[in-house]
Design a protein around this ligand. Structure first.
Ligand code: BTN
Length: 254
């Protein structure tokens, strides 16, 4: 199994981020490779992809697994403009969805804080980590070519949804180009477009959601997202809660 980096590079549009692409046939986690690269002085735009992770990480201490060569698994080093930082989880989801749509025609929906769904099932997960210093490592695990039996319950893949295998290289190039465009737009216009961009791709606002905070299940209505990226919720007793991504486990939009 291999990954054609040249096919990705040839599609990248030169912009604000200078991409430097790397491929490892297998690794523990692309997040670890990116963190090591940062420790070794890698610049923003350093990106690594793999066919197999032995210890892929998900959010909130979970693991992330995928069969060899079927998923798009990558981590990229970013230095977002400072005003973008709080909105980066939402922006990352918007750019992954945008890249998927551009490269395959499938239009994903977003679930706060940064799940990417197709037809109500999880297509991609996003993990943001802050190694020491000012850089951020963005990790994306996207179900590209898994068949239905290879997917966990509640998950789907691009191949399942569009009915044919997709080219992982094309999807990666489209996501990186969308990220680059987002940087430039933030420089030009500020960050006011990010929340509307996220809202336009979600169907969870106005709907009941259940989340777990400190082990306790709570129910409420998802009203909006705030300028700090928090989910604004109305609970059953009428009080308003601002829910920060690291604090809670969103069990489900009901
Ligand atoms: C989630 O829990 O939804 C986030 C999953 C993020 C998985 C990706 S796969 C590439 C990168 N390397 C990792 O170890 N994790 C991220």
């Amino acid at each position: 199994m291999s990954f054609d980096l040249e096919r990705v590079t040839s599609q990248l549009v030169t912009g604000e981020i200078s991409w430097s692409l790397h491929y490892e046939p297998e690794c523990e986690s692309t997040q670890d490779l990116a963190r090591e690269a940062v420790a070794g002085g890698a610049a923003p735009g350093w990106t690594v992809t793999t066919d197999l992770q032995r210890h892929g990480r998900g959010r909130r201490g979970r693991s992330w697994t995928a069969p060899v060569g079927q998923a798009l698994l990558f981590s990229t080093v970013l230095q977002p403009p400072v005003d973008v930082l709080p909105l980066l989880p939402l922006l990352a989801a918007v750019t992954v969805a945008g890249g998927v749509e551009l490269s395959t025609g499938a239009a994903p929906e977003l679930k706060w804080p940064n799940d990417v769904l197709l037809n109500g099932k999880k297509l991609a997960g996003i993990l943001l980590e802050r190694p020491p210093g000012s850089l951020v490592v963005l990790g994306v695990g996207l179900n590209a070519n898994q068949s239905a039996p290879e997917l966990l319950e509640g998950a789907t893949s691009l191949a399942v949804e569009v009915g044919h295998p997709v080219n992982r290289e094309d999807v990666l190039a489209a996501i990186l180009n969308d990220l680059s465009n987002a940087y430039e737009r933030a420089d030009r216009e500020g960050v006011d477009w990010i929340l509307p961009g996220w809202r336009s791709r979600t169907s969870m606002l106005g709907k009941p959601v259940t989340f777990r905070r400190d082990g306790v299940l709570q129910h409420g209505l998802a009203e909006d997202v705030g300028i700090d990226g928090a989910l604004l919720m109305r609970t059953a007793d009428g009080s308003r809660l601002s829910v920060v991504a690291g604090d809670v486990d969103l069990v489900r939009p009901d």
